[in-house]
Design a protein around this ligand. Structure first.
Ligand code: SF4
Ligand code: SF4
Length: 246
């Protein structure tokens, strides 16, 4: 198990399959994932190869009218619910379901890309700690996907604690409540973003000021309020970097 499909909880991530490129509400995302799952179960027979491309074409046609954030980003219709309780999302043509190691070749990206890709947060040495935290925070797989794919925000959080001279244990244990609150504030703005996890981070966050400017631009007044509370609890923290360097 991994950041994509955590061991615990009933959530998983599907952000890099293009889900958030669609301009939908959380309820609409869930309806779409359910629709895909239902249609997939009804029409795809793993023994009959041509049922895969027929499903893909049908879904692409049906979903072509959905509003998109970026017309150039692909939304893979093979992303759907993958458990009986319809809470975890994932690749419905993953080899663990089809028994065919190459079944993802029926998708736009193909097996080699689908299986080789790991996002920045998944690659991070703190991946397991982020996974546990995000499972704790997320109410459902939509929220979990928003949190897992948002690697620039996560990196900025690491740098904030590092520049404030706190270590990894402080961040995940001593300040767990503050950390949870910060990510919950992030979830308020996540819905407007087109997180694919491919986003390039142009800012190395070399100073505390640069991290704070980023948070202010992303969270606005919520950041100002969070920081005021933080400073009351932690006055006069110096700026020492290096604890979390990726
Ligand atoms: S965005 Fe990262 S965590 Fe999410 S499914 Fe892709 S690789 Fe996994
Ligand atoms: S085929 Fe690839 S892009 Fe599509 S859902 Fe599966 S892993 Fe994601």
């Amino acid at each position: 198990m991994s950041l994509c499909h955590p061991e615990r909880g009933n959530v998983s991530c599907g952000a890099c399959c293009g889900l958030f490129n669609l301009k939908l509400t959380t309820k609409e995302f869930k309806n779409l994932l359910l629709e895909r799952k239902t249609e997939f179960q009804k029409t795809v027979n793993f023994e009959i190869r041509h049922t895969f491309p027929i499903y893909r074409k049908d879904r692409e046609t049906k979903e072509s009218n959905l509003p998109k954030k970026d017309e150039m980003t692909y939304n893979c219709p093979f992303l759907g619910y993958v458990d009986d309780t319809k809470q975890r999302i994932g690749c419905m043509i993953h080899p663990i379901f089809t028994g065919d190691p190459k079944s993802q070749n029926f998708s736009f990206y193909g097996t080699s890309i689908c299986q080789a890709y790991d996002c920045k947060t998944k690659e991070s040495s703190l991946s397991e700690l982020w996974e546990v935290l995000f499972v704790e925070i997320a109410k459902d797989s939509i929220e979990y996907s928003f949190l897992s794919a948002d690697h620039i925000f996560t990196y900025a959080v690491e740098k904030f604690f590092a520049h404030s001279n706190w270590n990894v244990e402080d961040m995940f244990q001593t300040f767990r409540l503050e950390l949870v609150e910060l990510f919950r504030l992030r979830l308020v703005t996540s819905i407007q973003k087109n997180f694919t996890s491919f986003e390039i981070n142009y800012d190395a966050f070399l100073t505390l000021d640069s991290v704070c400017s980023y948070f202010e631009s992303e969270l606005g007044m919520d950041w100002i309020r969070w920081k005021e509370e933080w400073e009351k609890k932690n006055p006069n923290r110096g700026e020492v970097s290096g604890f979390f360097d990726k």
